[in-house]
Design a binder for this molecule. Structure first.
Ligand code: PMP
Length: 446
């Protein structure tokens, strides 16, 4: 019996012993093609990398750890510089932490401190969207709109205020085009702000391309711009959570850059360190930076491992590899191939309702009926069946579900490493098709 606590308390998953590129091997010698960068869009340059290994070794040789209240370090400064250089104008400072939830938690606390420093302590409400996930710590969890994850831990830290996500496949009417839908969907934010009273609203948080909870649902064109406009009108701070969709995953370093929209806070993690070290970051906009620096002059928030030198060295090397090896070009090429293969193979499949996403962040939504878009019965747990059968077929995918409020059914997320080859994309789709066929045969067709 394992002494490690696993997600399913009574089940020990296969023990992984080796990994290289997009392939991982378990203790029985079984090999899996990793179509989702370590399982959750993390290992963006693949498993094993000599340059990252050398950077980690060199940093451990030089200095493995000192607390960030005593010293800064070369890798922390360098990584911050790389991030700010790649970020849209208006984001100028970086707070480092150890992962995604810590990044969101820090952003929420920075939002709060900004409003207190500005002399508007009544601004305490954070608006977010249904079916969202922003992390597992209590602050991040309480703004998340995926109620299945928070229910058991209630009462939550913040009161939740959720608007519908921008989710064209299910929410756009046949009469409107994507832009009109994007506008209508963004305007829900304005309604929520007015309902709460603008003077009480601190921030709005959202994922520009929704990963785990909606299966790679991009924002409709114009949505981000309108959201920014509304936030500006009412003085509400805007947080983009790019923990999953950022750091090149959707084809550009920050996915909000695709629409030229700049948030006040931008959270990243996962692909930042590529899985070589646990690391997350919050990029902070000039507006809050100014007020934070002019205010009490001290950050009231901190973690022991903030700006950990080895984690920063690893992440800096990962970002250098992406840049110097032109990996975003491969993201563009392989993305085109991925979407076109999926379209060719599944466009008439009776149970694939939608193929969507951006870059190498690809989702398919599974439905019982393509015309009515009726989801599969949630008791069937189709996503879990697919995950299991795909693993049997030697394929790692990220299936999910969350019809807690009747919004949607099951989906599968693919997020392979930026180094994925043409042959590997084909292999991913071949193996997925086998697993999907097996899953559909195995579930009761009620
Ligand atoms: N935000 C988003 C959008 C995420 O996808 C995740 C992780 N799935 C988190 C926050 C939390 O990150 P972590 O698990 O690293 O704490």
């Amino acid at each position: 019996m394992s002494n490690v606590i696993h997600r399913k308390l009574l089940e020990t998953p296969p023990r992984i012993v080796a990994a290289d590129g997009l392939w991982v091997t378990d203790a029985d010698g079984k090999r899996y093609l990793d179509a989702v960068s370590g399982g959750v869009a993390v290992s963006c340059i693949g498993h094993r990398n000599e340059r990252v290994k050398e950077a980690i070794d060199a940093q451990i040789e030089a200095v493995s750890y000192v607390h960030s209240s005593f010293f800064t370090s070369d890798p922390a400064e360098q990584l911050a510089h790389q991030l700010i250089k790649a970020a849209p104008d208006g984001l100028s400072k970086v707070l480092f932490c150890s992962g995604g939830s810590e990044a969101v938690e820090a952003a929420l606390k920075l939002v709060r401190q900004t409003w207190v420093e500005r002399g508007e302590p009544n601004r305490r409400h954070v608006i977010s969207r249904r079916q969202s996930y922003h992390g597992a710590t209590l602050g991040a969890l309480s703004v998340g709109g995926n109620l299945a994850r928070s229910e058991i831990y209630k009462p939550m830290l913040f009161e939740g205020h959720w608007i519908d996500p921008c989710y064209a496949y299910r929410e756009k009417s046949d009469q409107e085009d994507l832009e009109a839908y994007g506008l209508r969907s963004a305007n829900l934010l304005e309604e929520a702000i007015l309902r709460l009273g603008a003077d009480n609203v601190a921030a709005f948080i959202m994922e520009p391309v929704v990963g785990a909870t909606l299966g790679c649902a991009p924002s409709a064109p114009g949505y981000l711009k309108r959201v920014r406009e509304i936030c500006d009108t009412y003085g509400v701070l805007l947080i983009f959570d790019e923990i999953m969709c950022g750091m090149g995953r959707t084809g550009t370093t920050f996915s909000c850059a695709e629409e030229g929209v700049v948030p006040d806070f931008l959270t990243v993690a996962k692909g930042l360190g590529g899985g070589f070290q646990p690391i997350g970051a919050v990029l902070v906009g000039d507006g809050p930076v100014n007020d934070l620096y002019q205010g009490s002059g001290a950050l009231k928030h901190g973690f022991t491992y903030m700006a950990h030198p080895v984690a920063c060295a690893a992440a800096s090397a990962v970002q250098t590899v992406i840049e110097e090896e032109n990996l975003l070009e491969n993201v563009a090429t392989r993305s085109e191939q991925f979407f076109s293969c999926l379209q060719t193979r599944f466009k008439d499949h009776p149970n694939i309702g939608d193929i969507r996403g951006r870059g190498l962040f690809v989702g398919v939504e599974l439905v019982k009926d393509r015309v009515s878009k009726e989801p599969f019965d949630q008791d069937v747990q189709l996503h879990a069946v697919i995950k299991k059968l795909a693993l049997e077929e030697g394929l790692m995918t990220y299936p999910g579900s969350g019809t807690v409020d009747g919004l949607r059914g099951d989906h599968v997320v693919f997020a392979p490493a930026f180094t994925v080859s043409e042959a590997e994309i084909k292999e991913i789709i071949d193996r997925f098709e086998v697993a999907l066929d097996r899953a559909l045969v195995s579930i009761p067709q009620i």
